[in-house]
Design a protein around this ligand. Structure first.
Ligand code: ADP
Ligand code: MG
Length: 254
């Protein structure tokens, strides 16, 4: 069984069909990049994997299975478990995912506690451990810092640490490098590579940047207006794109 199985997924917001008949699979430990220009439905599709459209008024049809959980049919309890140990998401803007008033280590510890019911002490220790793992220097001290005390790259590392805390089988990263300058982008991509190699987790990377996709994933799925334009191994799709739209996207790379 695949880690992710998306079959005929459509997501509608009122009259807008943001995702239109999307199907793909991701094997355990595999990596797939969803690529397309802004507004093509990438984030909407990624959010569906964690059941984030449930109860929002968005109309979802088709089937989404993640780690064996039918995301549209599952109970709230199953969804809670899914978002804990099995699948985690890193969003584009680290500041929108972190509370400005609380220490970063406490925020990671809290997420870990919600999902594992560990003691406060064990959760604090886990936070320091994952901050260390993602390359935050002096993690004991830095775990007491609040988000504004971190640089953009460090905040993105902290969010990745938060996502890793419960050892997810799937990491969904939505534009994880978009807000960062080029050197820091490369460091974050290297980190994601290293973590995948070490943990065997699957990676679904969402990006408008074909260069990032080429470096980060084994497979690429190109989306446009919510539909799949092209899908296959990264070398085939980006090396000799069959579709004019993919060639255009490649041409847009600086
Ligand atoms: P991408 O991540 O590829 O930039 P999105 O998935 O964010 O694209 O958006 C796809 C389309 O759906 C866009 O037209 C966007 O404006 C629209 N959209 C996204 N979320 C919502 C929402 N919650 N309500 C209404 N429209 C939305
Ligand atoms: Mg997006």
């Amino acid at each position: 069984m695949s880690l992710v199985e998306v079959t005929g997924l459509s997501v509608e917001f009122g009259d807008l069909r943001a995702v239109d008949d999307l199907s793909f699979r991701l094997a355990r430990g595999g990596s797939l990049a969803l690529v397309g220009e802004s507004g093509s439905g990438k984030s909407t599709a990624a959010a569906a994997l964690l059941g984030l459209h449930r109860g929002t008024g968005a109309r979802v049809s088709g089937a989404v299975r993640v780690a064996g959980v039918d995301v549209e049919e599952a109970s709230e309890e199953e969804i809670r478990r899914l978002r804990g140990a099995r699948a985690a998401m890193v969003f584009q803007d680290p500041l929108s995912s972190l509370d400005p008033y609380y220490a970063i280590g406490d925020q990671i510890a809290e997420v870990y506690r919600v999902h594992t019911r560990a003691s406060r002490r064990a959760a604090r220790a886990r936070a320091v451990e994952v901050l260390d793992r993602v390359g935050i220097p002096d993690p004991v001290r830095r775990s007491r810092a609040r988000p504004h005390e971190f640089s953009g790259g460090m905040r993105q590392r902290a969010l990745i640490a938060m996502a890793l805390a419960c050892e997810p089988g799937l990491l969904i990263a939505d534009e994880p490098t978009t807000a960062l300058d080029v050197t820091v982008q490369a460091q974050i991509l290297d980190l994601l590579h290293a973590l995948r190699a070490e943990t065997g987790m699957g990676l679904l990377l969402v990006t408008h940047d074909v260069g990032v996709a080429a470096e980060s994933a084994e497979e690429v799925l190109v989306m446009r207006h919510g539909r799949v334009v092209e899908h296959g191994p990264v070398d085939a799709v980006l090396g000799s794109p069959a579709q004019p739209y993919t060639r255009e996207l490649l041409g847009a790379v600086p």
